[in-house]
Design a protein around this ligand. Structure first.
Ligand code: ADP
Ligand code: MG
Length: 751
């Protein structure tokens, strides 16, 4: 089981907490005090050089070359590069080889590994072992088992794509992502990356749209690239993600039902900044966290995930991990796999990883920057100005087209990163705002302004632009000029999409990036060719004319200032940029006819799939808020209020006793004031919890998922926030010994 029970399969009822044995706050603290030495089983690879075990659990190119007959090997390679299917015979040879390799390594089971729209990965394990019709026990795994499986689809969201009588979903092998062996406890399972589709092939997952959008942009980018360089044969999309997360002792997870069920603290008073630093546990954080990181790194390396770790100091107990960039499909799989590994490895260390975007109120949230670029088969980065930026217009073409695409589809990009949990982070003054703007840095902004203001795109102007580009400081090394408040920034040789949430599947925003930029590149090529034909312009002048038009059209979205400031919100509104602050509002972008046509034109989503994915995003939102609000109501009723009543009684008894002594009333004035304060907040919590339960009920009564989401967003959420205000206040005045939930300062500093 995974730690973050934001899974939607949880059975929710008023007895939600009876499903697990909760740990009491002081037991948790005791346990932690006694964790002097977490000695781990010696996993020997750590002592070897990384290169000697890197990728040892992956059925990668080297393994295939070694195990497969030559002809089968080349068929697989060709299928990966062209995206075509393998013949049944070749699939049979691959399956047989894969089985042998996996069994040699001790695997007993295999699983189709896929990425349903819940955001987590799923796998259904089957044994290699089977009994033949003659009653003989054998290990079997053929082309059929490799190519397709039928997991119980009905438990994954399908947004209505599967009617109840056709509840089946199928997983189908994605040969472009290598199979791998997952070590769980003492068992080993061969995992086969797959797409998850309906009977008629409609996508029920993140992977298929990503693969479609990738081949769409690769073709579009290749066509544009060939305008400059005829030798390029293939383009690929590259992604380098940066994963942020929190690490706490696992006993606190068990002591906080809200963390356990929703991944975040629904209640909790944040400590003063200074106090956090003074805490005496602070010094011991790095060692335990670093042990975890080292172990995690080893597991990642065995699976061919090229990570390098680093310690991030923004929030206490918050860290970041980033790999080298890879082809987008592989990078996404690796990130999904990493999130899974993190939870497994943490468990070994008696730690819990919090991947939620905002586990602690008032403390920096977690994101997952997505660094996106395009590379040629010759190893050239198309967004790198390179050593000779003055040589041709290629860099400028890809650079400007990306910006133009983001200008055109900013709302769609915003929608692609919308989720209940990311809503807590965006615009919260420590994360990118919900307004999409593009930061390019001073030097490139000057180049763009120069082109925009240029009167004519003649040969002289092109020369000037190219020499201006040549003079810009080395962009790849120029890290000083970085604006951290921008949601979308050019960082020297790639665009960095900073709005992505830490718990998300990167596929969502990556699919949108690929689709919008691919479409924009197609349009660009058409417009240039048209201009060349109608005005008889040479290619570079036509290109410059079109780029100049695009830059002028994109000016409103280019912003170099402070994205967190109030002034920017106002300025953005004047520029006509949208500020969609919550998920239901953001998701409407998918309803825009312009967006619908884009998906059809690019072939990334059919109309039917669009509707289903739209519905699932709303369902995810509604389910998350449903769980959170119910957990909060239960917490108030069974944890917070009983503790407060106990303290209230204690103070009342105290006043009563003093009164018996016939003391003047001002001698127990502070107790009386406290009692009044306590009673006021207790009454507020009790009555608002009642209102909350009614609001949840009424949200469920709404006729459709859109109005339900609005009800959650505009009625349920504000109530949750106002309950929290009172509870957090109570936390500050109720006797510490009586407070039932682990406090922020305890959770964030561990030994
Ligand atoms: P930051 O300063 O934002 O923490 P770094 O420069 O350390 O960033 O690296 C950020 C990420 O950019 C890394 O994960 C790296 O893999 C990724 N990256 C570098 N070059 C590319 C590229 N061409 N395409 C995609 N990602 C890239
Ligand atoms: Mg970054």
């Amino acid at each position: 089981m995974t730690y973050l029970c934001s899974d939607f399969n949880i059975y929710l009822s008023s007895s939600i907490f009876s499903r697990f044995m909760s740990l009491k706050r002081f037991n948790a603290i005791d346990i932690i005090h006694n964790r002097f030495d977490i000695s781990l089983p010696d996993s020997s690879p750590e002592k070897r050089q990384i290169s000697s075990f890197y990728g040892e659990n992956v059925f990668n190119d080297d393994t295939m070359r070694k195990y497969l007959p030559e002809s089968a090997y080349f068929s697989v390679k060709a299928a990966i590069q062209t995206g075509t299917n393998l013949t049944k015979e070749v699939a049979g040879v691959v399956a047989e080889t894969m089985k042998k390799w996996a069994m040699d390594k001790g695997a007993t089971h295999y699983a189709h590994w896929f990425q349903p729209l819940t955001g987590k990965t799923a796998e259904k394990h089957d044994s290699f072992f089977t009994i033949t019709s003659e009653g003989k026990a054998i290990e079997e795994f053929g082309s059929k088992e490799l190519a397709q499986q039928e997991p119980d689809g009905s438990s994954f969201p399908g947004g209505g794509l599967r009617s109840t009588f056709e509840a089946r979903g199928y997983t189908s092998w994605d040969p472009s992502s290598p199979a791998f062996i997952l070590e769980v406890g003492n068992g080993k399972t061969l995992c086969i990356p797959t797409i998850f589709v309906t009977y008629s092939g409609e996508s029920l997952d993140y992977k298929l749209p990503l693969l479609k959008s990738t081949s769409f942009i690769e073709q579009a980018a290749l066509n544009v690239c060939k305008m400059f360089d005829d030798t390029v044969e293939r383009i690929s999309v590259t992604l380098g993600w940066e994963q942020e997360y929190f690490l706490i002792d696992e006993s606190f997870l068990l002591a906080r039902p809200d963390l356990m069920f929703t991944g975040r603290t629904l209640l909790g008073k944040h400590s003063q900044k200074g106090q956090q630093l003074e805490d005496h546990y602070f010094g011991s954080i790095p060692e335990r966290a670093l042990n975890f990181m080292r172990d995690l790194e080893t597991e990642c390396h065995k699976l061919g995930i090229p990570v390098r770790t680093r310690h991030n100091e923004v929030g206490p107990a918050q860290y970041e991990l980033a790999p080298m960039f890879e082809e987008v499909n592989i990078a996404v799989d690796h990130n999904q796999l990493l999130m899974d590994l993190m939870e497994r490895v943490a468990k070994k260390h008696k730690l819990a990883v919090l991947l939620h975007e905002k586990p602690f109120d008032g403390v920096n949230g977690s994101g997952k920057h997505n660094n996106w670029s395009l590379a040629t088969n010759t190893g050239k980065n198309l967004l790198s100005p390179g050593r000779n930026p003055g040589q041709d217009l290629k860099f400028l073409t890809f650079f400007v087209n990306t910006i133009r695409a983001v200008k055109e589809h900013a709302d769609l990009l915003r929608a692609s990163i919308a989720s209940a949990s990311n809503d807590h982070r965006l615009g919260a003054n420590e994360a990118p705002p919900a307004i999409i703007s593009v930061y390019v840095g001073k030097a490139l902004k000057e180049v763009l302004d120069f082109i925009a203001q240029g009167k004519e795109s003649n040969q002289i102007m092109i020369k000037e632009v190219l020499s201006l580009l040549k003079k810009t400081p080395n962009l790849e090394l120029d890290n000083t000029d970085r604006n951290r408040t921008s949601p979308f920034a050019f960082t020297g040789n790639k665009f960095e999409i900073r709005m992505v949430g830490s718990s998300m599947n990167c596929s969502g925003p990556m699919t949108i990036m690929n689709t919008i930029v691919g479409d924009q590149l197609n349009k660009f090529k058409q417009e240039v060719e048209q201009l060349m034909a109608t005005e008889d312009k040479p290619q570079d002048r036509a290109i410059m004319a079109i780029l100049r038009k695009y830059i002028n059209e994109s000016l409103p979205i280019l912003f170099e200032g402070d994205g967190y400031s109030k002034e920017w919100e106002e300025e953005a509104a004047r520029r006509g940029l949208n500020n969609r602050k919550n998920t239901p509002e953001a998701l409407y972008a998918y309803k825009d006819p312009k967006v619908k046509e884009l998906f059809i034109r690019s072939g990334v989503f059919t109309e039917h799939e669009q509707e289903a994915h739209y519905a699932v995003m709303f369902e995810n939102y509604n389910l998350k808020l449903d769980i959170e609000s119910k957990v909060l109501a239960d917490l108030c009723k069974s944890y917070i209020l009983p503790a407060c009543y106990a303290y209230q009684t204690k103070i009342a008894n105290n006043i009563f006793a003093l009164k018996q002594l016939d003391l003047p009333s001002d001698s127990f004035a502070s107790q009386s004031n406290l009692l009044k304060e306590l009673s006021d907040h207790i009454n507020l919590v009790a009555s608002k919890t009642g209102e909350l339960e009614e609001a949840i009920h009424s949200a469920h009564q709404q006729p459709d998922f859109e109005t339900e989401a609005k009800a959650f967003c505009h009625h349920v959420k504000p109530l949750m926030e106002s309950i929290r205000l009172s509870v957090d206040y109570l936390e500050g005045i109720v006797e510490d010994n009586l407070w039932p939930l682990a406090k922020y300062r305890e959770m964030m500093f561990f030994r």
